[in-house]
Design a protein around this ligand. Structure first.
Ligand SMILES: Cc1cc2nc3c(=O)[nH]c(=O)nc-3n(C[C@H](O)[C@H](O)[C@H](O)COP(=O)(O)OP(=O)(O)OC[C@H]3O[C@@H](n4cnc5c(N)ncnc54)[C@H](O)[C@@H]3O)c2cc1C
Length: 386
């Protein structure tokens, strides 16, 4: 990857905002179980951070995906995963398909205010009965005149309690499971949309995650993103950006935890000398650093291929797999060297340990990544190969 002064300026803008607007509040937001998404997103929007790779006509900067990747990487400086995950939903999960395939009218109405931060977006793919197997979702949208009538529900919706609209995946036809779905912009204030509950999670405490029900919810057919029936395909494309985003977001988050642990163990005296002076400790830090650099190289290579228009399904899945596992390894290994201090709730390493666990589950579990890689390697038995 060749980074330009513009990339570096973007990193600096993120750092300034994270130091001023996010990190000082993270402990409070984590304890409160929520952060003020509209207030924060408007600040990020005003700094031009929510639409770096989105079309200029709708308020974006029209830059390429490498700039979005720098956004994700920079968010690793946040002391916790909740806000990066919420921003990731806004930039790389709920809006890429709308930006690429939405009508001008729809983009003006929903993409533009999501780039300014006036609107908070969420993504409704997973359901209580369908997470890894996206094709088996049950939510339906029936066409009645000029409307979709939506029934069903979604689970695990990040940003759901505060969102203005949902990028919803629903079954809109009878055909094969990969061709019978559509992505629909669903305004969350629509009659019949009910937030059933806010979920009480192990980590990512400051991010609100909800379950929703849809009962006879009517939205105009013009709210369909792109072609009806193409929702699954668009969502799979959207997942590529989400997975690259997840890979990039892990790099600096791991660096931050390793650096904090080096600083701590250098100061901490055990048996009359700095803990870091024990070979087992500084060797472990070196080993983890090498793993982070390997992930960085994989993410950058995948990003370069993506920019060159290549299919990065394999590399993005590998990056997501390695990122999820590495975050867990780094948090666990580093927490150990903090001793009891690492077991305290507000300790940054403890937060990384809690928040990072979802990296191997959300956005496609490790096993789903392995399934995709195996399929592309041609090693998966026929029966499983659907
Ligand atoms: C904090 C959080 C935020 C989330 N945010 C969103 C969001 O904003 N929008 C959204 O749509 N979804 C969201 N999700 C949902 C997330 O994407 C799903 O949890 C994930 O895809 C796994 O689905 P599941 O939980 O239904 O697990 P299941 O599909 O029931 O799978 C359970 C486990 O089985 C294993 N497994 C799966 N497939 C295989 C296989 N083929 N072989 C062997 N083992 C396998 C995996 O280890 C997996 O963890 C979020 C989840 C969490 C926890």
């Amino acid at each position: 990857m060749k980074f330009t002064p513009e990339h570096e300026a973007l990193r600096q803008t993120w750092k300034t905002l994270i130091d001023r607007e996010i990190n000082p509040h993270m402990d409070e937001w984590d304890r409160a179980g929520s952060f003020p998404a509209h207030e924060l997103f408007r600040k990020l929007g005003a700094a031009g951070l929510l639409g770096v790779d989105k079309p200029v006509e709708f308020g974006g900067s029209g830059l390429d995906f490498s700039y979005a990747m720098v956004c994700s990487e920079s968010l690793g400086l946040v002391n916790g995963g909740s806000v990066p995950m919420a921003v990731g939903v806004q930039i790389s999960m709920a809006t890429p398909a709308l930006a690429r395939y939405g009508s001008d009218e729809l983009r003006g109405e929903y993409l533009a205010p999501s780039i300014t931060g006036d609107y908070v977006a969420c993504l409704g793919v997973s359901e209580t009965g369908a997470g890894s197997d996206v094709a088996s979702i049950k939510t339906t949208a029936r066409r009645v005149g000029g409307d979709w009538v939506i029934d069903g529900g979604k689970m695990w919706t990040t940003n759901g309690a505060q969102a203005d609209w949902m990028c919803l995946l629903a079954n809109t036809g009878e055909g094969p499971v990969h061709r019978n779905k559509s992505l629909i912009v669903l305004p969350m204030k629509t009659k019949g949309v009910q937030i059933v509950k806010k979920l009480n999670k192990l980590g990512m405490r400051a991010s609100d995650t909800v379950q929703t029900f849809f009962d006879n919810v009517k939205v105009p057919v013009r709210n369909t993103i792109g072609q009806p029936g193409m929702g699954f395909v668009y969502q799979m494309q959207q997942f590529q950006e989400e997975r690259l985003w997840a890979g990039a977001g892990t790099i600096m988050g791991c660096d931050r935890i390793i650096n904090a642990t080096i600083d701590y163990t250098r100061e901490r005296q055990v048996f009359g000398r700095p803990l870091l002076d024990n070979q087992v400790v500084h060797f472990r830090m070196a080993e983890l650093r090498a793993e982070v650099e390997a992930l960085r190289s994989l993410v950058y290579r995948a990003c370069e291929d993506y920019l060159a228009g290549k299919d990065v399904t394999m590399l993005a899945s590998m990056a997501k797999l390695k990122a999820g596992r590495l975050r867990r390894e780094v948090s666990d290994a580093c927490l150990q060297y903090w001793g009891g201090a690492g077991y305290l709730w507000d300790n940054p390493v403890a937060r990384s340990y809690r928040d990072g666990r979802v990296g191997s589950i959300g956005g496609g579990a490790d096993e789903v990544m392995l399934q995709i890689i195996s399929k592309l390697m041609g090693t998966m038995p026929r029966l499983e190969n659907r």
